[in-house]
Ligand binder design. Structure first.
Ligand SMILES: Nc1ncnc2c1ncn2[C@@H]1O[C@H](COP(=O)(O)OP(=O)(O)OP(=O)(O)O)[C@@H](O)[C@H]1O
Length: 339
């Protein structure tokens, strides 16, 4: 990550999505919750980037911020989110609307969040193509083709059905079909398999992988499931209490985790790198309150290696090898890597 590099990279090598030093608070009667702190993350073109971390670490907040679907009490206090070089945070509402459902689309944990229960799948799949050229019958044919590709049996006849007439797994397939029908550059997927049973999860992950390759889009994939991330993603960012503590190539991080939090997550998950669908097990201790300012390492209260510096200073990002960075004082202390 070289966000402070004064020379911008050539546009062809520029990541599709560049999240730089993003800070977001939620105003609450108890005070301000710092849900995202100095989050920097790139999503390269045609790659899948996973976001993992325990519940409450800020994964969904990050995904929703990219999509501009923020709660009323949310306040972005600093940072930028560049999508194809344009800042989504300062863009006009009209500019953002023109991207949604065209260059940017989303799938949710609960398919009913995306589907209108009182309209047929056909009308929703035709509507979502409002940016696309073509007659209604051409759009209908594209919808049938996409439903077929996501594995909906007898798609021509199923077009006239309402969402409640599909099972949970089939509804999520319909949502994937809708999200990919417009051939987005970026698909944001917020725990799309969490509500499904293990067999369905594996099927949906394979489906996403195949379609991502075929369409050539990027995916920002939020998940609790390390196995799903290992299966689908090229890169992964590990979040803890609103911060990205480690990120890099999936293979490097799963083989050689550098941050004690990443290690703890992986050590607790015997199915790692295999096709596990386990949820993240608990690590001893509790996630700290996100209220108020923080000094020092956010993970120190649960870290068995914590020392004085972890209390006094926020860790900087250390580079490990070519494509892996982590925020941990141990990495500087042991002089394993260069800052
Ligand atoms: N509208 C809101 N108002 C106040 N706090 C919020 C709001 N939305 C989220 N939070 C808080 O922000 C923090 C991050 O939540 P978020 O849902 O992004 O975490 P997550 O990692 O996606 O968790 P999960 O895996 O359980 O969905 C949590 O402490 C959560 O309680």
């Amino acid at each position: 990550m070289t966000h402070d590099d004064p020379t911008p990279p050539p546009s062809s090598s520029r990541p599709l999505l560049e999240i730089c030093d993003l800070n977001l608070d939620f105003g609450t009667p108890r005070g301000r919750i710092h849900a995202l702190r100095n989050v920097s993350l790139d999503v390269p073109a045609a790659q899948v980037v996973g976001i993992v971390g325990e519940s409450g670490s800020g994964k969904s907040t990050l995904a929703y911020t990219v999509m501009g679907l923020l709660a009323e009490n949310a306040d972005v206090t600093a940072g930028s989110i560049l999508f194809e070089g344009r800042d989504l945070l300062t863009m006009t509402a009209q500019g953002r609307r023109s991207l949604l459902g065209d260059r940017l689309s989303m799938i949710f944990q609960d398919p009913m969040t995306a589907l209108n229960p009182v309209r047929t799948i056909e009308s929703q799949m035709i509507d979502i193509q409002h940016h696309e050229q073509g007659s209604r019958s051409e759009k209908r044919a594209r919808a049938v083709d996409m439903l077929h590709r996501v594995g909906i049996p007898d798609p021509k006849n199923r077009l006239g059905a309402y969402p409640h007439q599909f099972s949970g797994g089939m509804r999520q397939r319909v949502c994937i079909a809708m999200a990919l029908l417009v051939k987005p550059a970026l698909l944001v997927a917020d725990e799309p398999t969490t509500a499904l049973d293990a067999t369905l999860e594996v099927q949906i992950i394979h489906l996403l992988k195949d379609l991502q390759k075929e369409i050539g889009c990027s995916i920002l994939f939020v998940s609790h499931h390390l196995g799903a991330v290992a299966e689908l993603c090229d890169r992964v960012a590990v979040m803890y209490a609103g911060e990205v503590v480690e990120q890099g190539a999936v293979r490097d991080i799963f083989r050689n985790p550098a941050h004690p939090y990443t290690r703890a997550l992986l050590e607790c998950d015997p199915g790692r790198i295999r096709k596990s669908t386990r949820t993240l097990p608990t690590i001893p201790g509790e996630v700290p309150s996100l209220l108020g300012a923080k000094v020092g390492c956010i993970f120190r209260t649960r870290c068995q290696h914590a020392f004085d510096r972890c209390v006094q200073e926020n860790p900087v990002e250390y580079r490990i090898g070519v494509d892996q960075v982590a925020r941990c004082h141990l990495l500087g202390q042991e002089r394993l890597v260069s800052a």
